[in-house]
Design a protein around this ligand. Sequence first.
Ligand code: SF4
Length: 709
Amino acid sequence: AQFPIASTVRTTCPYCGVGCGVNAKVGQDGVIAIAGDTAHPASQGRLCVKGSALGETLGNHGRLLAPMLREEGSLRPATWDEALDKVAQGFARVIAEHGPDAVALYVSGQLLTEDYYVANKFMKGYVGSANIDTNSRLCMSSAVAGHKRAFGEDVVPGSYEDFELADLVVLVGSNAAWCHPTLYQRIARAKQDRPEMKVVVIDPRRTATCDIADLHLPVKPGTDVWLFDGLLAHLAEHATDDGFIDAHTTGLADALDAAGKAGSLADVAKACRLDPRDLERFYALFAQTEKVVTAFTMGVNQSTAGADKVNAIINCHLITGRIGRPGMGPFSLTGQPNAMGGREVGGLANMLAAHMDLDDAAQRAALQAFWGSPHVASKPGLKAVDLFRAIEDGKIKAVWIMATNPLVSLPDADQARRALEKCELVVASDIVLGTDTNEAAHVLLPALGWGEKDGTVTNSERCISRQRAFLSAPGSARADWDIMCDVAHRMGFEGFEFKGPHEIFDEHARLSGWKNGTEGQRRRVFDITGLAGMTRADYDALDPVQWPVRTPGERTERLFGDGHFAHGDGRARFVPTVPRAPAHLPGGEYPLVLNTGRVRDQWHTMTRTGRSQKLAEHIPEPYIDMHPQDALLCGVKAGELARVTSDWGAVVARVQHGGGIARGSVFMPIHWSGQTASDARVGTVVNPAVDPVSGEPEFKHTPVRIEPF
Ligand code: SF4
């Protein structure tokens, strides 16, 4: 049984990228009381319904409590020595026989920064392959690519406070009311206090977020680049900051050329299926308002034009010089609790630790010298969708999956299942036993969950916060970093002698300042040298802090306000974004477009939130939301089951109306898995087309048909 190791801790919510502060208190009766942490700058005491229910999601029921090995199709409990030897020997054998690119790690924005750091060091520095990708690829990689192209580094310039200081908040592809609830509450409160503040929501669906919108633009799915290219052309005539453009940017002429391909305002309105008067109103409002925040999330990122959508938005802030100052800037809302921390340690297959560039030989050499490692991977690894294709093709023969459930969450999820069925060695580290992915694993390793593990996460506004343990490990579960270090030792790797997460964080902090700005190294914005050298006690007491932290006590609310960007010449780049259609268009056999997303009270594949009765009451089963007229044409009725079929698979769910959906589109939530009564993995239907720049899949645009079940 678990027992409390602390009676009260300040910690951080493990769900969305807002990163709210949580006070957890273990009562004498063992009941865990959860409350918002009023001292946490991200949330100021607020918690949404998911965060408030965290206490109900704990306990050993359904937990993976000991290592397991699959033998002749059945799982049996094993000792840690047996299990870790199997992993280490299996990886070593495959590397010896087929080379380092024949193994892979597939990790998660649920990992803590310290876990992520060790995973990257293990793969890129010691195995010698960059075949480590993460479920953040499905979530934020388009924002990463957009930031790097425009700014020279993956940096969110603003703070949550900017949403309160803005006179216009534009929410693009974001149902913040459900997916970033406490930030939405801050916007709603600011609007209540200052009714002159305007909110514009750009979303194909009329979601709960539209409740505070002065204007909702129900844009046709996949046409955001048209909309923002049209805005750029409008701003070029009405609201340029010429001094800023001349002194701090390059590439405006090319960006305007590309934007011109979107055509006139009437052409854009037609392409986006919007009322031209609404579009004109939005363009005028944007042009006339100095303090504008444009926040974007999955509706922008999860697209085959995701990176271009991000840059089309950033272009509009560069042309007006509205960036890095109070109440203004483009703002990427992170999906997961630690997608940002994973990016800091190079958690994507095309990145290195500490925002160093994988394609820069000098930076690779600097990293190798810092680590003292035998290698540093010299070419990008495979991104998530390609990684699972390589497994099915037999090119990757051993994969270690941590804290994620790709057989539910990847697009074309049946392909991912075929891949794991063919893979020679599948290792899964998880907190629960029964998931679709774990059923395909040969080795299961029990990991610590929220409330049990110790480390840091970074939220959407670059705020590093501690997650702290207050419960003992269930069974023989161990921290992910500790498990990986043990495997590294068994493979003969030196450099993994960490005594605790504080030592990993210290190495991460020291690396962030390593040779920064010297010996030809480009100075990076990400720098937390001021957090290096902390004792265990300092680390335990660490207060939330926004990076960069170059000196102890420093906190950085905003970046780029001085007009100095991270490209070598210090200038931001306008990126030309020529509008292009989604990879697969509706028509013929598949006349409707499937959009996928979250619901308010569930998280990912429900392994935690699914344990709370209170959370289940909001939406108890998977559904297909569609327009009543489309339902009539398809011969299906609200309340009845229907089958959704695409070129990639089929799934069954109950029809409903009322989700604010326009004709031609349908919406399904992502949370339900093959472990529920019917196999409701929406990922089986989603097309696997990806953005050519970011590798992010097009979760928001799959042609489907719907028929009675
Ligand atoms: Fe805050 Fe997000 Fe957690 Fe809700 S789910 S409490 S908004 S971090």
